[in-house]
Design a protein around this ligand. Structure first.
Ligand SMILES: [Zn+2]
Length: 248
């Protein structure tokens, strides 16, 4: 466990690295969105503890238990209706506009990085706000999905554009993320326990410096150049304060 003193030194170091780096990639996970009051379904408090994601977020559930599949995603979509990007998402967009970061790769499906105005956002696990027919790929509206309509073209099941367990990641998001990370001299990983393959492999694919920001950092000391144990939004706000002061 690191003291807050350590954290403030590390925050200064991160601000310096960000300003020196020529190519920086951000990789975010569920912990990035918890401050928007979205439940982090992998944390101890997460509501997924009662439902094993591997039984619902699967092609098997889509094929054989569509009622459960539909109920689960409808619930998640409805939860998101009341949530907005927080200050941390906006800070990342400001950094992108200032040329401090070149790519935001995310495991989140909530679309908040784009909603905040991010231009180079790569959604590794897809988007929960876009939909397609499982059989013919016709694109329905969110309302049609929530109404549990069938595909207007072929009668197939409608589903969100999220990556289900056992499915491949969207190829373009993956390959673009990978190429950004390979040429980065700084990769900042925010709010992910890095348990989900293959996104979990991305931080190891750079020869640049790596920073890990999360409320839980157990077992990550070996893998990163710098570790900051705190909430994503709080750390980003502190780093941003330092950067703004230097610019004045
Ligand atoms: Zn269809």
């Amino acid at each position: 466990m690191k003291s807050s003193q350590d954290n403030s030194e590390h925050i200064v170091t991160l601000a310096e690295w960000l300003q020196k780096s020529k190519h920086t990639t951000i990789l975010t996970g569920a912990g990035m969105s918890t401050e928007s009051n979205i439940p982090d379904f992998r944390s101890k408090e997460g509501w997924w503890n009662n439902i094993d994601p591997r039984t619902v977020a699967t092609t098997e559930a889509l094929d054989n238990h569509y009622d459960l599949f539909h109920e689960f995603y409808s619930m998640r979509i409805n939860l998101l209706e009341n949530c907005l990007p927080h200050r941390g998402h906006h800070i990342l967009v400001e950094w992108e506009q200032q040329g401090l970061i070149q790519a935001i790769c995310t495991q989140n499906v909530d679309g908040f990085h784009s909603a905040a105005g991010g231009q180079h956002v790569y959604e590794l696990h897809g988007s929960i706000n876009k939909f397609h027919c499982a059989d013919c790929s016709k694109i329905p509206s969110k309302e049609q999905f929530l109404n549990k309509d069938r595909c207007s073209q072929c009668g197939g099941k409608l589903r969100p554009n999220v990556v289900l367990f056992g499915e491949m990641l969207p190829e373009e998001s993956w390959s673009t993320s990978l190429s950004h990370i390979r040429k980065s001299d700084l990769v900042v990983v925010i709010g992910t326990s890095l348990e989900v393959y293959p996104a979990s492999q991305l931080p190891q694919m750079t020869e640049g410096k790596t920073v890990y920001i999360n409320t839980e950092t157990n077992g990550k000391n070996q893998d990163f150049s710098l570790i900051i144990q705190d909430k994503a939004g709080a750390v980003l706000a502190k780093v941003n304060e330092i950067i703004e002061k230097k610019e004045k």
